[in-house]
Ligand binder design. Structure first.
Ligand code: C2E
Ligand code: MG
Ligand code: MG
Ligand code: MG
Length: 286
């Protein structure tokens, strides 16, 4: 995207032209352009938080929504989180951005007609910040959201270089009354040992296992095992990325507690949410 890089070089003004010297390789130019756009995105109001329902299978009820960040850039269009979150982490932007998501999510959930939960994804970088617990407590206080309605999702990368302070932070968050979920479970380096380091409230089985349910018997066996492991550990088990009725039937038969996926609903803006499974299309659940 040399054209885009050149465009950004002009648009971003004199102060930034040094990032685009002709001998700089194109990939690096594109990366610098992305960083510049990302730094301006917050003040330009280009970020949005969307919400995807989490459905309790047995109760046939929406038990919460996961908050997911969106970036709408005037020229790039919608940039997926998988592209911009790692960059935001590298340039330190994830701290103010993550705090903004947390504040948005808490304020939005505080206005919902039912006292259900909101789940917010936390980056490992946020997790290493010494002010995390304080920021979370202040987002709750500012919004008036009850702490038991907030769930924080962390990935196995948070526990990769686990030390005493990692686990202490998890306990401090739990001490505020917040629930802690392990996201993308099964993709990490040492998944089972992470379950031993902290008593998570929820295990979210990674989408990759769900995607191959119908074609691979081993995926079904893995999902069944995680569901029964979760039940023995008294943790909720959730299956992510459920797209078809066939996948949902298998997930339910495997004994998972919750599901989330396009089969039920794609993530939507706060003003478009519905709070009853009947409004998602009840034929989908029963
Ligand atoms: P995640 O937390 O595992 O979120 C689930 C992802 O799966 C979301 O992608 C969601 O839109 C997508 N998804 C949900 N149902 C389906 C389905 O049925 N099929 C398929 N193919 N996908 C489905 P999204 O929104 O693109 O986010 C990707 C990742 O980016 C998230 O994975 C999370 O790790 C990260 N992310 C998103 N928002 C935030 C945020 O506010 N903060 C941080 N730190 N990370 C975020
Ligand atoms: Mg998540
Ligand atoms: Mg996930
Ligand atoms: Mg993921």
């Amino acid at each position: 995207h040399a054209d885009l890089a050149l465009y950004r070089a002009k648009a971003s003004g004199r102060g930034n032209f040094r990032y685009f010297e002709p001998d700089m390789d194109l990939e690096l130019q594109a990366r610098r352009a992305l960083e510049l756009d990302l730094r301006k995105a917050m003040s330009n109001g280009e970020f949005e938080v969307v919400y995807q329902p989490q459905i309790n299978i047995e109760a046939n009820e929406i038990s919460g929504f996961e908050a997911l960040l969106r970036w709408h850039h005037p020229i790039r269009g919608s940039v997926p989180p998988s592209e911009f979150i790692p960059v935001a982490e590298d340039i330190g932007l994830i701290l103010p951005l993550g705090e903004w998501v947390l504040q948005q999510a808490c304020a939005t959930a505080a206005a919902w007609p039912r006292a259900i939960r909101v789940a917010v994804n936390l980056s490992a970088v946020q997790f290493r910040s010494r002010t995390l617990v304080q920021r979370v407590a202040s987002a709750l206080a500012k919004s008036g959201l009850a702490s038991n309605r907030l769930e924080l999702e962390i990935t196995e990368s948070v526990l990769l270089n686990e030390n005493e302070s990692t686990v202490a932070t998890l306990h401090e968050l739990r001490g505020l009354g917040i629930r802690i979920a392990m996201d993308d479970f099964g993709t990490g380096y040492s998944s089972l040992s992470y379950l031993r380091s902290f008593p998570f409230d929820k295990i979210k089985i990674d989408q990759s296992f769900v995607r191959e349910l119908s074609t691979r018997a081993d995926c079904l066996a893995i999902v069944q095992s995680i569901a029964s492991l979760g039940a023995s550990l008294r943790m909720t088990t959730s299956a992510e990325g459920v797209e078809t009725k066939g996948q949902f039937d298998q997930i339910r038969a495997a004994g998972c507690t919750e599901v989330q996926g396009f089969y039920f609903q794609e993530p939507k803006p706060a003003e478009a949410l519905v709070f009853s499974t009947a409004d998602l299309g009840s034929e989908r659940i029963t």
